[in-house]
Design a protein around this ligand. Structure first.
Ligand code: B12
Length: 216
């Protein structure tokens, strides 16, 4: 059993290693947390460490380069946090993920690794896309379930345009959104016209499982 004290220690150890750009120390802290916490390590240890880094940066205590390195190191380590089950699902319709006008990629990376580890054949449509370009890719690719990951409020608001453009898609598309703006404002997903929101990568998996019929 891991108690909250241990979890906090590991999260603080991870935070220090990230700020020192010490990749091996970050990997060791994450591995120790994963051995105890399983896939929940992301929400219990990694996300809190990055949120503290973000807050300190906002307060002028850290340089953007430190935040950048912290994000890059976590991106490199993300796949190892969600080892595959070996299961493969055969689906007829497409399942895809993208970020809209946003280059914060870690959330997308972790959600993608979680879905793929559970056997879902998820397509990555890209990052920093405009609503128009993304809607076109979705229509061309026969995508029926689209996940959008955001960290900037501006990107979250773009979902409204995307949903409007997707009305013209050849078949209905379900849009699942996630990321900080939707966690902070729990009604935002409805306001932008999404079909659902998830607070964690685990929620993304539960919702995709619930919508499995859509995917054939
Ligand atoms: C790391 C980081 C960066 C790194 C990104 C590195 C990378 N490769 O991703 C760098 C340095 C590049 C960066 C740049 C910038 N950043 Co920044 N960044 C952060 C920071 C510290 C952590 C974000 C993070 O990676 N979290 C960890 C991931 C795993 O969490 P997550 O994305 O929320 O994902 C989890 C869930 O939300 C969920 N989830 C995510 N997506 C989805 C999707 C679905 C469908 C579902 C169901 C669930 C789900 O699952 C994940 C795991 O549980 C945050 C601070 C914070 N409080 O979040 C600021 C933050 C997001 N950044 C911010 C800003 C302003 C910027 C810059 C504009 C700074 C600048 N002046 O240049 C640029 C913009 C870049 C761009 N155009 O996109 C602001 C955003 C403010 C706002 N409201 O819009 C924040 C909040 C910092 C702050 N407090 O001001 N940033």
């Amino acid at each position: 059993m891991i108690d909250d004290g241990d979890r906090e220690d590991l999260s603080v150890r991870l935070e220090r290693a990230l700020l020192d750009a010490d990749r091996p120390a970050a990997a060791a802290a994450l591995e120790q947390a994963r051995a105890r916490d399983g896939a929940l390590v992301v929400d219990r240890v990694l996300v809190p460490a990055l949120e503290r880094i973000g807050t300190d940066w906002e307060r002028g205590l850290l340089a953007l380069s430190q935040v950048y390195m912290a994000g890059r190191i976590c991106e490199d380590l993300a796949d190892a946090l969600t080892p595959g089950t070996g299961r493969r699902r055969a689906v007829r319709a497409g399942l895809a993920i993208a970020t809209l006008e946003d280059h914060h990629l870690l959330g997308k990376r972790i959600v993608s690794a979680t879905l793929r580890a559970a056997g879902w054949p998820l397509q990555d449509l890209g990052q920093g896309m405009t609503a128009r370009a993304l809607a076109a890719r979705v229509s061309e690719g026969g995508i029926r379930v689209l996940l959008v990951s955001t960290l900037m409020l501006r990107a979250a608001l773009q979902v409204k345009d995307l949903v409007g453009l997707l009305q013209a898609a050849p078949a209905p598309v379900r849009v699942l959104v996630g990321g900080a703006p939707f966690r902070i404002d729990r009604d935002l997903w409805r306001e932008v016209g999404a079909d659902a929101m998830g607070a964690t990568a685990g929620d993304a998996l539960d919702l995709v499982e619930a919508w499995a019929e859509e995917l054939g």
